[in-house]
Write a protein that binds this ligand. Sequence first.
Ligand SMILES: [Zn+2]
Length: 204
Amino acid sequence: MSKNDPVPANDAIGRLVQEFSKLPGIGPKSAQRITFHLLRSPEERAKALAEALVSLKQRVNLCSICCNVTESDPCPICRNSQRDSATVCIVEQPQDILALEHTGVYKGLYHVLHGAISPTEGIGTDNIRIKELLARFESNTIKEVILATNTNTEGEQTALYLSRVIAPLGIRITRLARGLPFGTELEYADDVTLTRALEGRSEF
Ligand SMILES: [Zn+2]
């Protein structure tokens, strides 16, 4: 905080404003607005927020199969016997699963990479969950993978790398790209676009 700031950084209000300011999409003004809103709210509201924050880190882990965030292992999607275990859709982030599930058209399983290959940011193949993905192919039950990484440079690089690694295994490789303009982050794509991209997926 600058010395012109009316809220000292080391008191309770200043600390919370600082913490909120670190969150994505929240600038200093919004951080102050949220903090003063909480200050005016009943104490239970603040306690509920604090407890939700603590339990987020205590209770949420990664699924040992698909690496999705989950409170139970395996996650509900991996546990669901109604889903098509021969198809695995590979996404960058857990939020991408939420977007795809929202369409209601995909019935296969997922794998979350938790990022994309990006040499400029120093993210290599060992920094995302590729090892865990390759381990899943050892069971020989997977017949198709859908590369659903973002359509930006990092996502395309990651899809290309994965296709090279997976191709020798004789698994069908498709790419969720048709209808998705370049630069699309799956998380923000609408249902209609995602459904078209899923149904119109093509060989990679
Ligand atoms: Zn899972």
